[in-house]
Design a protein around this ligand. Structure first.
Ligand code: ADP
Ligand code: ASP
Ligand code: MG
Length: 812
C-alpha cells in the first residue's frame, strides 16, 4: 500500500481536485489519501478568527467566502444523488458550527489557543469529506482518532508510540481507498482538537506511512518535485531527480517549504521512499527521496534553501576564552525559554559564539542571555549581548560535498566577487550543509548567484547594463540579440540585458529587456536618465554577475566607474576617457577592480576590435618587455589622408569620416590628435609606463586656433585649410610618399605627429580607416610583432566590446 498526500493547491480548484480523483483511483495498490484544506483556507480561517476576536464585523465576509467556496466546489464536482445530499448535510452542519464559533469569539472578543485550534481544524475536516465523496468507494477516517498529541512543559508534541499503535489499529484492514484529513490531531488526555503545525499534513501522511510500513509516501503538490531552489524566487530552478533523506532534511529544515521538516524522519527510519509529484502535471517524473541516491552525484551541491527572518546573537568577550561551560549556559538558558537555535558558529579563539534565531524569538533570547551572564557582563568579562536583525540564512546542501575540496572556497569567492558580505557561517562535520548569514537585502542576489555558479542552472547569467545606444551601443545590442540564443544553447551563457540608458531615458528590468523593441520601451517606459540616476539604480538593483557597458563618450559616465567597481560591478568601456584620465584615477580604477574581483576592460579603446591591449597584457604577464610601439591608431585620420584627392578636398574627407561613424561624435577630438594621444597613453600604461596625456609630445597639422569656439564655427572655417592640404597632397604624390599620423612610444617617451612615409615603410600601404601597430619587445626585437586591420567603425568597435563582455563569463 501507499500513502498519498495532496496539498492545499491540489484540492484548491475544480480542475486540480478532479486530478486528485484520477490519480487516487488509478492506483493498483491500496492507497490512503491525506488531504490539506482547500488552498489558502487555513490562512483565511486564521484571519477571520483574528477579525472576529478583535470585534471587527468584516469576519462575516470572510466566513461567507469560506462557505461559498465549499458549497460551490461541491456543486461543481459531485454529481446529484444520495451521497451528494448526504455530503451537503454534513458540510452545512459543520459550517453552521463554524459560524457559531466565530459569533462567540466576536461577542466575547477573546480567542483562546484551544478555540483557534478548533477553528483551523475545519479546513481539513471539510476538504477531506468532499474528497471522500468525490473518489469512488473511498472510506473516510477521522485523524483526530489516531494522531495524538500531548503537552509537556507547555510545549505540544506528538505522542509517537500511541499514534503509531492507533494508526495500526485503525488500519488493521485497509480498504482500496481511504481518505484522511491531514494536519489535525487531538490531545491524548482531553480529546481536544489540536494540530501538527502549519504545513503539517505532510507529517500526518508520513506518520501513517511509517506506522503501516507503506511501500511509498507520495507528496503531491503544485511544482514538478523537489527543486534546486524555491521556484518562486529562482526562475531557473529545476526539479531534482533524486535526493537522499539527509539532503532533503537539510533543505527542508532550512526553509524549502515543499515538505514540512518533521515529515522525513519517520519514513527515513523505515526506509520508505518519498516521491514528490505535481498534481497539475502528473506525467512529470518528480523527485524520489531515498537513503542512498544512485545516479547523478556529479554535482556536489543539490540544492539551496533559505530562511528570511533571522537574527544573529553574538555572545563575546575576552573573558570567555578557555572558560569551560559558557556554551552550556548559553544553550541551557535558551532551551529553558523554549527558543530554538538553528545555527551556531564559534571561532576557535573561543572569544565569541554566534547563534542564529528566528526574529520572533530575538528579544526574549537577548534578555535571557543578558540575565544568564549578568555577573560576567558586570565585571566586563563578557560584552552585553545584542542582536543583529534583518538577516537571512542560506544553506547549500549536497551529499557530494563530502570530501570534495574547494566548495567553501568557491562559495565564498563567488559571494565576495558579487559584493555579498558573509556575517557568519557554519559547516557541520557531516559536510552536507554549509550555512551562512547575510543581510536580507542581498538574499535574492545570493540565491541567484549561487544557483548560477554551482551549475545548478543549466546556464550562467551575465546581467548587462548598456549605457549609450548610438552607433556603437546600438550595434552592440544588435550583435547581442543575434548571438543570444547561440551563446545560451552552445556555451551555457545567458546574456540578460537588465538596463539600457541613453542621454534622456534609462530603463531597468530584472527579468531582462526584450531587444527587439528596446528603443520604444526606453522612450515609453524609461525613467529620466543622468549618470547619478544610472549609478543609483544599478546599485539599488543589487543584481548578481553584473557588467556595466559604457558605449558613450561621456566623462560624467566615466566618473561613475569607481562606484560601480567598488560595488563589484565589472565595467567594459568603449569610452576611452577613464583609461586615459589622470594616472592616479586610472591606477585607482585598476586597483579597485583587482581588489573587488570585478573586471575593468577596454580593449575597444584602441584599434576597435583588434586584439591589441590583450596582446600587450599577455606579453607583459609572460615576462616580455615592451621596448617600442609605433602605430597608426586613428582610423579617422588614416581615412582622411587616404581619401584626400584631386576631387575630394580636406574638409570633405572629414565630413565623410563622420558620416561613416569612424570619427568621434565630435571630430575635433580626432583632428586635434587628442584621440590618438588618449590611445597612446592607454597603450603606454598597459606596457608598464607611467604616462599622462601632458607627457605626450605632439606635432599637429591643424592650427590651434581652429579648435577655439564652437563646433559650428569649426565646420565653417574648415574649408580654409583645403588649399594648403591640396598643396601638401601634390607634393607627396610627386615624392611618392604618403601622410600618416603616427603614435610612438620609444624608451618610455611618447609622441604623436604627422609624418611622411615612403614606399618601404609598413605604414605606407595602410588602406581606408585601418590601424596598424608594431610592437618591439625583447622577444620580438629584430622583427616586431604587427597587428593590422579595421581600426574604426561601429561594428568592429562593438565587436571588441562584445568580446570583452564574453571574456568576463570565462566560457572558453
Ligand atoms: P502544498 O500546499 O502542496 O503543501 P506548499 O506551498 O506547502 O504546497 O509547498 C510547495 C511550494 O514550496 C512550492 O510552490 C514552492 O514555491 C515552495 N518551495 C520552496 N522551496 C522549494 C524547493 N526547493 N522545491 C520545490 N518547491 C519549493
Ligand atoms: N492546511 C494546513 C496549513 O495550511 C496544513 C497543510 O496544508 O499542510 O498549514
Ligand atoms: Mg505544504
Amino acid at each position: 500500500m501507499k500513502v498519498m498526500k495532496f496539498g492545499g493547491t491540489s484540492v484548491g480548484s475544480v480542475k486540480s481536485i478532479l486530478n486528485v480523483k484520477r490519480i487516487a483511483e488509478s492506483s493498483n495498490e491500496p492507497v490512503i489519501v491525506v488531504v490539506s484544506a482547500l488552498g489558502g483556507l487555513t490562512d483565511k480561517l486564521i484571519s477571520a478568527s483574528k477579525l472576529a476576536s478583535s470585534g471587527n464585523r468584516l469576519y462575516e465576509e470572510q466566513y461567507q467566502e469560506i462557505l461559498d467556496r465549499h458549497i460551490s466546489m461541491i456543486e461543481e464536482i459531485i454529481p446529484d444523488g444520495e451521497s451528494k445530499a448526504n455530503l451537503e448535510m454534513k458540510v452545512s452542519t459543520m459550517l453552521d458550527q463554524l459560524k457559531n464559533i466565530f459569533q462567540g469569539i466576536f461577542l466575547i472578543k477573546d480567542l483562546s489557543a484551544k478555540t483557534s485550534d478548533t477553528i483551523v481544524s475545519y479546513g481539513e475536516r471539510l476538504s477531506s469529506l468532499i474528497v471522500a465523496a468525490l473518489i469512488k468507494s473511498a472510506e473516510w477516517y477521522d485523524s483526530r482518532m489516531f494522531i495524538k498529541t500531548e503537552t509537556k512543559l507547555g510545549k505540544r508534541t506528538l505522542d509517537k508510540e500511541l499514534t503509531n499503535e492507533l494508526i495500526q489499529y485503525t488500519f488493521s484492514t485497509i480498504p482500496q481507498i481511504s481518505v484522511v484529513p491531514g494536519f489535525i490531531s487531538s490531545d491524548k488526555e482531553t480529546g481536544d482538537v489540536t494540530n501538527l503545525g502549519r504545513g503539517g499534513s505532510d507529517y500526518t501522511a508520513a506518520l501513517i506511512a511509517a506506522a503501516l510500513n507503506a511501500d511509498s509516501l507520495e507528496i503531491w503538490t503544485d511544482v514538478d518535485g523537489f527543486m534546486t531552489a524555491d521556484p518562486k524566487v529562482i526562475s531557473a530552478a529545476y526539479s531534482i531527480k533524486e535526493l537522499s533523506y539527509v539532503e532533503a532534511m537539510e533543505l527542508c529544515n532550512f526553509g524549502a517549504k515543499v515538505i514540512y521538516p518533521p515529515t522525513i524522519y519517520p519514513v527515513f527510519h523505515k526506509n520508505i521512499p518519498i516521491l514528490v509529484k505535481n498534481t497539475f502535471n502528473p506525467e512529470a517524473p518528480g523527485t524520489i527521496i531515498v537513503k542512498k541516491t544512485s545516479g547523478d552525484n556529479t554535482r556536489a551541491i543539490k540544492g539551496i534553501s533559505s530562511i528570511k527572518d533571522t537574527c544573529l546573537i553574538t555572545v563575546q568577550g575576552l573573558g570567555m576564552v578557555g572558560v569551560i561551560g559558557v556554551n552550556h549556559r548559553i544553550f541551557r538558558a535558551l532551551a529553558e525559554s523554549n527558543i530554538s537555535v538553528f545555527m551556531v558558529s564559534q571561532a576557535s579563539s573561543e572569544n565569541s559564539t554566534s547563534i542564529g534565531v528566528r526574529s520572533d524569538d530575538v528579544v526574549i533570547a537577548c534578555e535571557v542571555l543578558n540575565t544568564e551572564f549578568e555577573k560576567e557582563i558586570g565585571m566586563g568579562e563578557i560584552n552585553k549581548v545584542t542582536a543583529e536583525t534583518g538577516l537571512s540564512t542560506v544553506a547549500i546542501v549536497g551529499d557530494g560535498m563530502k570530501h570534495t575540496p574547494g566548495i567553501a572556497g568557491k562559495l565564498f569567492g563567488t559571494l565576495g566577487r558579487n559584493g555579498i558580505n558573509v556575517i557568519a557561517c557554519a559547516q557541520g562535520a557531516s559536510e552536507t550543509n554549509i550555512s551562512f548569514v547575510i543581510d536580507s537585502s542581498s538574499l535574492r542576489k545570493t540565491l541567484n548567484v549561487i544557483h548560477d555558479s554551482f551549475f545548478l542552472s543549466p546556464y550562467q547569467v551575465l546581467n548587462l547594463f548598456i549605457c549609450g545606444v548610438g552607433a556603437v551601443g546600438g550595434s552592440l545590442i544588435n550583435q547581442i540579440k543575434k548571438q543570444q540564443e547561440e551563446l545560451k544553447s552552445k556555451k551555457g551563457l545567458k546574456l540578460n540585458v537588465v538596463g539600457i540608458a541613453n542621454g534622456h531615458f534609462a530603463l531597468f528590468t530584472r527579468d531582462g529587456i526584450p531587444l527587439d523593441n528596446y528603443k520604444e520601451l526606453l522612450t515609453a517606459k524609461g525613467i529620466k536618465s543622468s549618470p547619478k540616476i544610472i549609478r543609483d539604480e544599478i546599485l539599488k538593483m543589487n543584481i548578481f554577475n553584473s557588467v556595466f557597458v559604457d558605449c558613450t563618450a561621456s566623462k560624467d559616465i566615466a566618473d561613475i566607474y569607481y562606484d560601480l567597481l567598488s560595488n563589484n560591478i565589472s565595467v567594459v568601456a568603449a569610452n576611452k576617457i577613464a583609461a586615459s584620465s589622470s594616472y592616479e584615477n586610472y591606477k585607482l580604477l585598476r586597483e579597485t577592480s583587482f581588489k573587488k574581483g570585478a573586471k575593468f576592460l577596454y580593449e575597444a579603446n584602441v584599434g576597435a576590435g583588434l586584439p591589441i591591449i590583450n596582446t600587450i597584457d599577455d606579453l607583459i604577464n609572460s615576462g616580455d618587455k615592451i621596448l617600442k610601439i609605433e602605430a597608426v591608431l586613428s582610423g579617422t585620420l588614416n581615412f582622411i589622408f587616404n581619401e584626400l584627392s584631386e576631387t575630394i578636398p580636406f574638409s570633405e574627407t572629414i565630413k565623410k569620416a563622420k558620416e561613416a561613424h569612424y570619427s568621434e561624435p565630435d571630430p575635433r577630438i580626432d583632428l586635434s590628435g587628442k584621440d590618438v594621444i588618449r590611445k597612446l597613453v592607454i597603450l603606454s600604461r598597459e606596457a608598464g609606463y607611467r604616462i599622462d596625456q601632458e607627457d605626450v609630445d605632439k606635432h599637429l597639422f591643424i592650427p590651434d586656433d581652429f579648435f577655439k569656439g564652437d563646433i559650428d564655427s569649426f565646420w565653417k572655417r574648415l574649408p580654409q585649410l583645403d588649399e594648403s592640404f591640396d598643396e601638401k597632397r601634390k607634393e607627396m604624390q610627386a615624392k611618392n610618399m604618403r601622410l600618416r599620423f603616427i603614435a610612438r612610444l620609444d624608451n618610455g617617451k611618447a609622441s604623436v605627429g604627422l609624418e611622411e612615409v615612403g614606399l618601404h615603410n609598413p605604414f605606407y600601404d595602410l588602406a581606408g580607416s585601418n590601424n596598424i601597430i608594431l610592437i618591439t619587445t625583447e622577444r620580438y626585437k629584430e622583427y616586431p610583432m604587427m597587428i593590422q586591420g579595421y581600426g574604426a567603425g561601429a561594428k568592429v568597435t562593438s565587436g571588441g566590446v562584445f568580446a570583452d563582455i564574453i571574456s568576463i563569463a570565462n566560457i572558453r
